[in-house]
Ligand binder design. Structure first.
Ligand SMILES: [Zn+2]
Length: 323
């Protein structure tokens, strides 16, 4: 981008990840004007992270001649449970215990309005605002990655829940027949079958337990996308693994339908890039499993990719100004 100055009211959308912090500058209408990233310093229990972000925001303000008074707010997405008041209840990837992100941010940035949400929740808010869920009234988003990130939007707002774990679909107990524990310590969580890691594990199990031919056997090491590609190319074993994973994902959506009955489901993450081949499996199983009134809810692919979190973080702080 060759932009040299940014005029008008702006909002910062900050997506804090375990290795990098993505920083976006948005207009108040939600146009992404500039983005970049800085490394996440997780040393010493992550105590430098918010200060680093604050310094970077100052640099960006200088770079684009943004007047402090024109910054409406700073929104954060963080990888852990976040309460509605912006207090993070522990964040393993960042080394954080309990951190009052919104309050700390106001202190570090001269009192600018600040808000924080769980990364999956703000990604859902981003898709709802400017992505695949634009124009819908309610939406549930699932990001299929290493884990299963989920966010629920009802009446245009993120469902935070009483403990910051609202919409935490990845850890609803659904999957039978597993012996290894989930990252959360329980066994049988939805993400153990429906995440990208779950797809890889299920494929490895199947390869061990059967002699069926599969192109996956020729790979020393494979990713979830390789399983999807093999299934698409007619590999029966890979297809069976994918059907297993998609059926559980659909079952999770059907459970969620019974609680919030959203207008649509948005599926994001690397695996979702396989498009309709993958989504059609989820759609078919969902139609079969969901209560009849919720059966026609749309299931679509996410549109904003890795930018969704920045969009949603910006929207979150804008919402907090109206509240
Ligand atoms: Zn779990």
């Amino acid at each position: 981008m060759t932009m040299t100055r940014i005029d008008g009211k702006t909002v910062f959308g900050i997506d804090v990840g375990g290795t990098t912090v993505k920083c976006g500058i948005f207009s108040k209408e939600g146009e992404l004007l500039y983005k970049d990233e800085i490394p996440t310093r997780t040393q010493e229990k992550g105590r430098f992270i918010l200060g680093d972000i604050s310094r970077h925001i100052e640099e960006l303000e200088k770079k684009f001649s943004i007047d402090r008074g024109d910054v409406l707010g700073i929104g954060y997405g963080v990888p852990g449970p976040v309460q509605e008041d912006g207090v993070v209840n522990g964040c393993v990837n960042l080394g954080w215990g309990k951190v009052a992100v919104a309050e700390e941010s106001r202190k570090l940035n001269g009192g600018i309005a600040s808000a924080a949400g769980n990364d999956a929740n703000v990604a859902a808010l981003g898709e709802f605002w400017k992505g695949a869920g634009k124009g819908s009234g309610s939406m549930l988003m699932i990001t299929v990655g290493t884990g299963l990130g989920c966010g629920v939007i009802v009446n245009g707002r993120v469902v935070f829940g009483a403990h910051g774990a609202g919409g935490e679909l990845g850890h609803i107990p659904l999957v039978t027949g597993l012996t290894e524990p989930c990252n959360c310590g329980k066994t049988g969580c939805l993400e153990q079958a429906a995440s990208a890691t779950g797809i890889i594990r299920a494929a490895q199990r199947k390869l061990r337990q059967s002699d069926a031919p599969s192109t996956l056997r020729s790979l020393d090491h494979f990713m979830a996308r390789d399983v999807v590609d093999a299934a698409r190319n007619g590999d029966a074993l890979a297809d069976e693994v994918l059907n297993y994973s998609c059926r559980y994902l659909a079952q999770g959506l059907a459970v969620a339908a019974g609680v919030v009955d959203p207008e649509m489901y948005v599926i994001g993450g690397g695996v979702s890039k396989a498009g309709d081949f993958y989504l059609d499996k989820i759609r078919a199983a969902y139609r079969e499993l969901a209560f009849y009134a919720s059966r026609d809810a749309k299931i679509v692919q996410a549109a904003l990719g890795n930018d969704a979190g920045m969009y949603g973080a910006a929207r979150l702080v804008l919402d907090s100004l109206e509240a």
